[in-house]
Design a binder for this molecule. Structure first.
Ligand code: NAD
Length: 502
């Protein structure tokens, strides 16, 4: 598809020097100015929409519809959202003091960029994931060095080009091309913060490397998302959601539905609906505009899914539909599979599958479903399906997950206000994701600059007595006692205007 030069690790110091220089002047530009250029980026992405969608779907194999919804639209909306919101969110805020002793101060919080941040991305959403992180990074005043996945380098290169076209300063967003070793070298080059999205094993290596250099990090890792279907759910809608949630992006999404727990009384009907709908899916390459399920990213990923299916069948699971290779279409195609009779002894239910597999487990009650959903080391997101919204809310609050959708799934990733994360640490998207891009600085100004502070040197028994009264004046349970501690001779009041020996 494309030939791109790999970036030699030896060039990283020069890349960082250029990034630091660009960041120094970028961070002094007014927020409104940065937001304006972000709007230019939105427009540049819109102008390049055909190129973006074509490239992303050709390089990753995802259907064109998914490239439009989950990559292009998401990025346009997020750029627009932060261009509107970031100026007020990053402007800083007043801090009123509740403590009597500090009432004479006026204080505020300032938000400062970290400096040069590293973004290390996966291949499954090669445009939306790095873009949404870089957009937040630059509007907050940072420079970025992005290492896209070695499996989707052309999308990474296009991304740099879009920032250039939008009028961002040269070297503010630089893209380096290479595999895991280059990612490791990027961390060794000591960025001011690392934003990593990828698998749990790599995430652990990244966390260790960052810890060795005390570099703060945000880790967005894998998922094993549960879907809970209660007996009162609209089964037709829920089964369509289950099929889409399990097979969108060929199941290669961190938010894919990987485990379905359905109440026993409706399990058979729900399973039949899922099986029928799965059989109707059109499997094919991205070049076929009617294809709904594309190829897997590489054969190694497909083999991993086959191993999990084999292990599940050996332990008693049943594959109702699919699970076979489609060599007629190419080496990376696997028919979407529906599997029942699964339990938590199976790798299919414990490890991230990251492939086109829909697993259904019948449960006796909603409580059992919740216990099973929470029985996983992953806690990225989950969904609950019911017509009873109160019950849905109760279950949602008891699920251990970074986000829970009731009667929908996955789409919160495209909701700008919704924070995303929880399988590693930190958050991306929303105001919380923007705040990951800044250092929080507290500043205050004393409105009584001519008065030395009572707690400074010049300690004495009298001062200890007054300090004691101050504690009483602030926290004694009875108001009369508080008042007395304040007014009595040598009480809390006298601390404020005490004569200083030093
Ligand atoms: P991966 O962990 O193999 O690679 C991710 C990135 O890390 C790539 O750019 C890779 O080159 C780089 N890398 C590899 N070794 C490195 C090292 N030692 N130091 C620094 N960087 C290194 O993941 P992948 O296969 O590209 O993506 C799939 C995984 O990503 C799945 O587990 C999926 O759940 C997860 N994911 C998570 C989210 C989320 O938001 N939580 C989103 C998408 C994907």
């Amino acid at each position: 598809m494309a030939r791109l030069a790999a970036t030699p690790a030896g060039t990283l110091p020069a890349i960082f020097d250029r990034a630091r220089e660009a960041q120094a002047s970028w961070s002094t530009r007014p927020l409104t100015d940065r937001a304006r250029i972000l709007r230019n980026l939105r427009d540049a992405v819109y102008d390049a929409r055909d190129e973006v969608v074509d490239l992303v779907s050709r390089e990753s194999g995802k259907p064109r519809v998914e490239a439009i919804f989950a990559e292009l639209l998401l990025v346009l909306d997020f750029a627009d959202f932060l261009a509107r919101r970031a100026p007020s969110w990053l402007r800083g805020e007043r801090v009123p003091h509740h403590n009597l002793a500090f009432k004479a101060k006026s204080a505020w919080i300032e938000y400062h960029p970290h400096g040069v941040v590293a973004v290390i991305s996966p291949w499954n959403y090669p445009f939306a994931i790095p873009m949404s992180q870089i957009i937040a990074a630059v509007v907050a005043g940072n420079a970025v060095v992005l290492k896209p996945s070695e499996l989707t380098p052309a999308t990474g290169a296009l991304l740099a080009e879009l920032f250039r076209k939008a009028g961002f300063p040269d070297n503010l967003v630089q893209v380096i091309q290479g595999g895991g070793e280059l990612g490791a070298a990027l961390i060794e080059a000591a960025p001011d913060k690392v934003f990593f999205t990828g698998s749990v094993p790599t995430g652990k290596r990244v966390a260790e490397a960052c810890a060795r250099k005390l570099i703060p990090s945000v880790l967005e890792l894998g998922g094993k998302d549960a879907m809970i279907v209660l007996a009162d759910a609209d089964l037709d809608v829920a089964s369509s959601a289950a099929v889409w949630g399990s097979f969108t992006n060929c199941g290669q999404a961190c938010l894919s539905v990987e485990r379905i727990y359905v109440e026993q009384s409706v399990a058979e009907r729900f399973t039949n609906l899922c099986a029928e709908k799965t059989k109707k899916l059109r499997v094919g390459p991205a070049s076929d505009v009617d294809a709904e399920v594309g190829p897997m990213i590489r054969v190694r990923q497909l083999e991993k899914v086959e191993e999990q299916l084999r292990d599940a069948v050996e332990r008693g699971a049943r594959i109702l539909v699919g699970g076979k290779r489609r060599d007629d279409l190419g080496p990376n195609f696997l028919e979407p599979a529906v599997v029942t009779g699964v339990d938590h002894s199976m790798r299919l239910m414990r490890e991230e599958t990251f492939g086109p597999v829909l697993t259904i487990r019948a449960v006796a009650s909603a409580n059992e479903a919740m216990e099973m959903a929470n029985d996983s080391p992953f806690a990225l997101s989950a969904s609950v399906w019911t017509r009873d919204s109160r019950r849905g809310r109760e279950i949602a609050s008891q699920l251990r997950a970074g986000s829970v959708m009731i009667n929908d799934l996955i789409s919160y990733y495209g909701i700008c206000e919704a924070p995303h994360g929880a399988s590693g640490w930190g958050r991306t998207h929303s105001r919380f994701g923007l705040l990951e891009m800044v250092q929080v600085k507290y500043v205050d100004i004393d409105r009584l600059p001519g008065i030395p502070k009572s707690w400074w040197f010049g300690y004495s028994g009298d001062l200890a007595g007054s300090a004691w009264r101050l504690v009483e004046a602030m926290f004694a349970p009875r108001w009369s006692r508080r008042l007395k501690a304040m007014m009595v001779r040598g009480g809390a009041r006298s601390m404020i205007f005490r004569r200083h020996r030093i």
